[in-house]
Design a protein around this ligand. Structure first.
Ligand SMILES: Nc1nc2c(ncn2[C@@H]2O[C@H](COP(=O)(O)OP(=O)(O)OP(=O)(O)O)[C@@H](O)[C@H]2O)c(=O)[nH]1
Ligand SMILES: [Mg+2]
Length: 453
């Protein structure tokens, strides 16, 4: 059960982006040195022992990305988590003994701990106890670059922290530099209440700020919509090769790194398809199993673009250990952000690293196999994007009176005009339109003749 020999010798130092977040925002993992971490997972039905092991391996990678070393791990099988301590009481003693033996600073649990569980565990383990959510938030905080990305991560962190302030109020406000008017105690007000009030105020400020950014983006996108470019969003598990694919398709130079959550901000580029159509392709933040709901909630501004897309390119690392599990995790997040109904084209990436094409996951009709690194399969992918976008369009006949030249202009702008002529009353146009265009021009649509197909 106990696997105390998983040592990690990486010595890379962290990226220290915390300064910009303010002193009370980060610090879930102390990065003044590389912390030694013990990982703990609970294997609960329906997850199999292998699922739990795979999840712990991924947690070790997350911990490494956050700048610490996983030095040992431990798994418990249970029907459900213990409400007080997540693992059973006896297991807590075992973890404490292991932590002492390997001299670890922090224990990381593979599921989100309730505030009470976290507090109890810290007391009983005599060291800090954090969860997978905290590690992921930590990585996001290190990688956030744009003002919007930073605001989104900060909001997620504060929402995570608010219910966990109990018993730590004093420490937190000391870290924040407890001076200043905001820190002055009202009559009968505890330090904890002051801290809570301050965090709630910051949450509201960030929500306002992000709400404003979101409105600006929606306006920008509205004008893009009017240009009638098809919208394609690249989605997928973190490190699947989404940014590499955007770069390959559009000759861009978005940051590519063998690192989890390298991309947090959305980048949009134009792409011309083989048939001449132009589309906008957007690369965005990757997903992971057990992605913290606080992040999904806070990243609304960035993720709007996924829900609004005409087509999703779902990039899957075909060379990875668990492509199917990763696809499932991605689809579950897509459901959470209201993008479950957007058409999806599965793109199996990294085929250069797959020894035999027969090893690709089966049963995904229409999937395209590519290597964003070597360029293999790109022609097929472009054709598939073209075909899928076309299948979303319908061809209609319009009859537009001469005095409504404005509607004729809309048909040209929003659709692809195939045939254009006139009769004694107006313009007769055959045009390929998407759903939105069709509804804008609904009053001019000539109903198909009954019986004709
Ligand atoms: N062998 C191989 N490696 C690839 C391929 N595409 C991407 N990679 C590598 O996979 C790693 C991640 O690539 P990214 O493009 O940054 O992945 P991403 O999906 O954008 O990752 P995040 O933004 O971190 O979620 C990098 O080391 C890439 O060089 C490929 O087709 N074959
Ligand atoms: Mg990326």
């Amino acid at each position: 059960m106990v696997d105390a020999d998983r040592t990690n010798t990486a010595t890379e130092t962290h990226r220290g982006a915390y300064g910009e977040f303010g002193s009370d925002s980060g610090g879930l993992i102390d990065r003044s040195f590389r912390e030694r971490i013990v990982l703990v997972g609970v294997s609960m039905p329906p997850a199999s022992a292998e699922d739990t092991e795979a999840s712990l391996e991924e947690l070790a990678l997350l911990v490494d990305t956050a700048g610490a070393d996983a030095v040992a791990s431990l798994v418990q099988r249970r029907q459900s988590p213990d409400p007080a301590t997540y693992v059973g009481r006896g297991k807590v003693d075992e973890i404490r003994a292991l932590a002492e033996e390997v001299d670890c600073d922090t224990v990381v649990f593979d599921d989100e701990l309730t505030p009470a569980q976290q507090l109890n565990l810290e007391k009983q383990l005599g060291r800090s106890a954090i969860d997978r959510t905290a590690v992921i938030l930590d990585i996001f905080a290190q990688n956030a670059a744009s003002p919007e990305g930073k605001a989104q991560v900060m909001l997620a962190m504060l929402r995570y922290r608010l219910p966990r302030l109990r018993g730590r109020g004093l420490v937190l406000s000391q870290q924040a530099g407890a001076g200043g008017i905001g820190a002055r105690r009202g009559p009968g007000e505890t330090q904890l209440e002051i801290d809570r009030r301050r965090i709630v105020r910051r949450i509201h400020r960030l929500e306002d700020q992000l709400g404003q950014m979101r409105r600006t983006r929606l306006e920008q996108r509205k004008s893009r919509r009017q240009s009638r470019f098809g919208q394609v969003a690249i989605v997928g598990y973190t490190n699947a090769g989404k940014s590499t694919l955007l770069n390959r398709l559009t000759s861009s130079d978005v940051l590519v790194e063998d690192r989890l959550f390298a991309t947090l901000d959305a980048t949009t580029r134009r792409l011309q398809l083989p048939g001449g159509e132009r589309v906008l392709v957007t690369d965005t933040v990757g997903f992971v199993k057990k992605l913290p709901h606080q992040l999904v909630e806070s990243f609304k501004t960035t993720l709007d673009i996924v829900g609004e897309a005409d087509l999703l390119l779902h990039v899957v690392d075909a060379s990875g250990a668990d492509p199917e599990g990763e696809m499932k995790a991605v689809r579950s997040v897509l459901g959470e952000i209201g993008a479950a109904d957007v058409q999806e084209l599965v793109v199996f990436n990294k085929v250069d690293a797959v020894p035999d094409a027969g090893r690709l996951p089966a049963g995904h009709e229409g999937a395209v196999a590519v290597s964003a690194r070597t360029g293999e399969g790109m022609d097929k992918l472009l054709e598939a994007i073209s075909a899928r976008l076309r299948s979303l369009l319908t061809v209609v006949e319009l009859h537009i009176p001469f005095q409504r030249a404005d509607a004729l202009a809309v048909a040209h702008r929003e659709g692809e005009v195939l045939v254009e002529g006139t009769d004694e009353a107006g313009f007769c146009v055959r045009v390929r339109l998407d759903e939105a265009g069709e509804s804008r021009l609904a009053e001019f649509v000539v109903p198909p003749v009954a019986g004709a197909r």
